[in-house]
Design a protein around this ligand. Structure first.
Ligand code: FO1
Length: 314
């Protein structure tokens, strides 16, 4: 498929996972690497949770919840009910089978394994044959700046339902923290790098903020897919965040946000009127259906993105 094109995708949560599934359907493991945001990882009840990694892993394994996009389809919540009964922190809804992932990951990390290795073991066991790469092996947590002060990402996103005004985002890590060697190798290896339709500020930016990543992308063919359709996010608060930080919630605002790295940008048919504005930024534009409720749409969009990437690579 795609003439041996080597593709590395950068993905965050549910939207990114959907396109990653379409790419994984079309490309064999030898042609695809998926780098996943770990800025939304956090410690919860003594466990290390990696929500975006798990969302992408469960989606590729075919076991993600069809209702939420995160967590496991048909999971039970007995542990959560027990926590509620004990007045424990039940605001983050961890299912019983999902809990097994967090228990094993935490145990393997405690034994000294790298998150990259832990992810490889978990995803392989779940039947995922494509390479899922956490952006970093070291914590690099997203912190959200609000009028109420700085909030850890999941406190802002889930506990506070992304209601506080977003004033900025930063990463709680030692200055100059790097991506893993596997991530840097996947970026250097790729003919085309794809920014999946994930939240620009809290899913893609954490990856770009890692030392060396943005500079590598500037030298590569990078195709973005808009997470905004007709001024609205398909899921989550990306439109509200764009409005608060950039003053405009649109596909053009996303393209502007990433203009220093983008070669091409895929926007939805309803946004075709924005194409000239994005081309004026020096970015090629492809107009396509971009909603991905099911596998057919995910594969169709992945095919369009790969064809666009092949053409831009020349
Ligand atoms: N998102 C929610 O809005 N509420 C939850 O209770 C919740 C639980 C949860 C458990 C496991 C998991 O892997 C993801 C979960 N998410 C939940 C999604 C997650 O917080 C965010 O969507 C991502 O971190 C942002 O991409």
């Amino acid at each position: 498929m795609a003439d041996g094109l080597r593709v590395t995708a950068l993905a965050g949560g549910v939207g990114g996972a959907k396109l990653a599934e379409g790419l994984a359907y079309l490309l064999p493991p030898a042609q695809l690497r998926i780098i996943v945001n770990t800025g939304d990882d956090f410690e919860h009840l003594g466990l290390t949770l990696c929500p975006d990694l798990d969302t992408v892993m469960y989606t590729l394994a075919g076991i993600a919840s069809s209702e939420t996009g995160w967590g496991i389809e048909g999971d039970s919540f007995h542990c959560l009910a027990g926590l509620e009964r004990l007045d424990g922190p039940a605001w983050f809804r961890v299912g019983d089978r999902d809990l097994a992932t967090h228990l094993l990951r935490t145990e393997w990390l405690r034994q000294g394994a790298r998150l990259t290795e832990v992810t490889r073991r978990l995803s392989t066991t779940l039947g995922v044959s494509h390479s899922l790469l956490p952006m970093s092996d070291r914590p690099c947590r997203t912190i959200v700046v609000t009028p109420d002060g700085e909030l850890p990402f999941q406190t802002y996103f889930v506990k506070r339902k992304a209601r506080p005004q977003l004033m900025g985002v930063r990463w709680d890590a030692t200055m100059g923290i790097g991506a893993t060697p596997e991530v840097m190798a996947a970026l250097a290896w790729a003919d085309v790098i794809i920014l999946c339709p994930s939240n620009p500020f809290v899913s893609i930016d954490p990856i770009l903020a890692l030392h060396g990543v943005r500079d590598t992308l500037k030298e590569s063919h990078v195709i973005g897919v808009s997470p905004i359709i007709g001024g609205e996010a398909v899921k989550g608060p990306a439109a509200k965040m764009l409005q608060e930080l950039e003053g405009e919630a649109s596909a053009a605002a996303v393209a502007t946000h990433f203009q220093d790295v983008l070669t091409g940008f895929v926007i939805d048919c309803v946004d075709s009127g924005l194409a000239p504005r994005i081309r004026d930024l020096g970015i090629d534009v492809e107009v396509s259906e971009t909603l991905m409720p099911g596998l057919d749409e995910r594969v169709a969009l992945a095919g369009r993105v790969l064809a666009f990437g092949s053409a831009l690579r020349g």
